[in-house]
Design a protein around this ligand. Structure first.
Ligand code: HEM
Length: 498
């Protein structure tokens, strides 16, 4: 009897898992009960090959499963445009795992994981603040240049009287990028020894938080919260809460400091100097739904999103130059011809530096920062291909597959900035280069990141040449998986060019 019941149970599970739950969705790899396709993804990190294999086997629109959640993956550039731009509103929802936001933040707060009116209004406001800082006032460029000067001071101090030093570029670029986002959000950076130590601690916390946020067991707890007391799960979720609370506390303190400062300064400056100030002023004007809690989580999201993304891209730029010395020669020949050595490069130079732009494009394409893009959700019933897809289904524009698509970018694994330069020596506009994604959820920090990449890359490589410590043993290009991929730690030689 037990044997019969056992067999019947297995049959029902198989029928449900392998046929029933998949019958109305685009085809895709066969999921296992409870874990979906996690094993295949984990077996081949960071995931590009698995996504490409699925695309080849199941087509441009297919379904894979993260645990028990089906994800409809769109892998072709024109289809991504058709759904995520032409029908942008429908595809602008954001997937959250189980009761994630409610448990983590006590409700729908922040920008990355939020939908609806709050997301729309706060995204619009943040973009407007960044635009004001960036365009008319040039405050953004001013702050980036300021942090570049700080970086160059540190490097020059390390050089002393030498013309060549060995250093680890990672920490240097990380703190510069962190200082830039800090300046824009909070109005300060980490400069002296004590501040740098504080940053180093916070950086470790952020990295741990990001790692834990993608941990399958943390996601499992958000879906099955009562199980959080089980031994292993309890320890993991407690570690996650610890990092969450430290980051929240950090953001809360910055808000408090601003409130005090704004109260004590009798004369308000004509224009806000950073995002917190801009937000508090807007809130004081009685703007609907502007609260300190929402401000704290906006800061949390933008602060985290604005660091590893840009810093990792820059660290990979060093790696690609170490592996491709001819590219560095061409880059520096252009800088010598167009700029020279006696001045800082600024945004006004951007259009004259074709090879620098092509190089940055190729770095972003090759880095392919998010093997799996952030997950979206449909906000109403919709047809995708031949399938009727219900509201609240998880969908993803798979930008990493597009940027490694050999039909668009021949020999995608070859680092080749020339692919972005046309026969007349002009920069090609390649619309399939979409590292910031497209549509209504397109990266909120894109304009800032573009400015940072241009100003840091052009000025850094104008002043310094990078070279390997041992040319027969180049640092690895291997990518450590995560929400955004990470480079391995490495050191290289830095040589003063002038
Ligand atoms: C090289 C640098 C960067 C890259 C490649 C990048 C890429 C991305 C991508 C692919 C997304 C997801 C888009 C989607 O859901 O389809 C995203 C979202 C986001 N990014 Fe970035 N990003 C970068 C830098 C930054 C910076 C500097 C900030 C600072 C403010 C930032 C803030 C955000 C935010 C807040 C979101 C969520 C937007 C929303 O859900 O509405 N990013 N980014």
């Amino acid at each position: 009897m037990f044997l019969f019941l056992g067999l019947l149970f297995i049959l029902i599970v198989c029928f449900y898992n392998f046929y029933w739950k998949r019958r109305l969705l685009p085809p895709g790899p066969i999921p296992l009960p409870l874990i979906g396709n996690y094993l295949e993804l984990e077996a081949n990190p960071p995931g590009y090959n698995t996504f490409e294999k699925w695309r080849k086997k199941f087509g441009d629109i297919h379904t894979f499963w993260l645990a028990e959640t089906p994800v409809i993956s769109i892998n072709d550039f024109n289809l991504i445009k058709e759904y995520f731009i032409k029908d942008g509103e429908t595809f602008s929802g954001r997937m959250q795992v189980g009761r994630q936001l409610e448990l983590q933040r006590g409700g729908n707060y922040g920008v990355i994981f939020v939908d609806g009116e709050r997301w729309r209004e706060h995204r619009r406001f943040a973009l407007q603040v960044f635009r004001n800082f960036g365009m008319g006032r040039g405050l953004m460029e001013e702050k980036i240049q300021l942090e570049l000067s700080n970086m160059f001071d540190d490097i020059n101090e390390a050089f002393g009287n030498d013309k060549e030093i060995t250093l680890e570029p990672g920490p240097l670029l990380e703190i510069t990028v962190a200082n830039i986002i800090n300046q824009l959000l909070f109005g300060f950076g980490y400069h002296d020894k004590k501040e740098k130590e504080e940053f180093s601690k916070m950086k470790d916390i952020i990295s741990k938080h990001m790692r834990l946020a993608t941990w399958p067991s943390v996601n499992f707890i958000f879906s099955f919260y009562p199980l959080r007391h089980l031994p292993y799960l309890k320890q993991t979720i407690n570690e996650f809460w610890d990092t969450e609370l430290i980051i929240e506390d950090y953001c809360r303190k910055q808000i408090e400091a601003h409130k005090k400062m704004m109260k004590s300064s009798m004369e308000e400056k004509a224009e806000p100097q950073d995002y917190v100030e801009a937000y508090l002023r807007e809130a004081a004007n009685g703007k609907n739904d502007f609260s300190e809690k929402q401000l704290m989580y906006m800061l949390f999201d933008m602060w985290i999103a604005g660091q590893e993304t840009t810093a990792n891209t820059l660290v990979f730029s060093v790696l690609y130059l170490l592996h491709n010395p001819c590219v560095q020669d061409k880059l520096q020949t252009e800088l010598d011809t167009v700029i020279g050595f006696d001045r800082r490069i600024n945004l006004a130079d951007k259009n004259s530096l074709v090879y620098v732009n092509a190089f940055i494009n190729e770095v972003q394409r090759s880095v392919n920062l998010l093997p799996l893009n952030l997950l979206h959700k449909t906000l109403k019933d919709v047809e995708i291909g031949d399938y009727f897809i219900k509201k609240n289904t998880v969908v993803v524009p798979q930008i990493s597959v597009v940027m490694y698509d050999e039909k668009i970018f021949p020999e995608p694994n070859k680092f080749n900035p020339e692919r972005f330069i046309d026969a007349n020596g002009e920069l090609k506009k390649v619309e399939e280069l979409i590292p910031f994604s497209i549509g209504k959820r397109q990266c909120l920090g894109e304009s800032l990141a573009r400015m940072e990449l241009f100003l840091i890359v052009s000025n850094f490589y104008n002043l310094f040449k990078v070279s390997p410590i041992d040319p027969s043993n180049l640092p690895s290009l291997q990518k450590t998986p995560g929400v955004t991929i990470q480079p391995q730690q490495f050191s290289c030689n830095l040589i003063k060019r002038f």
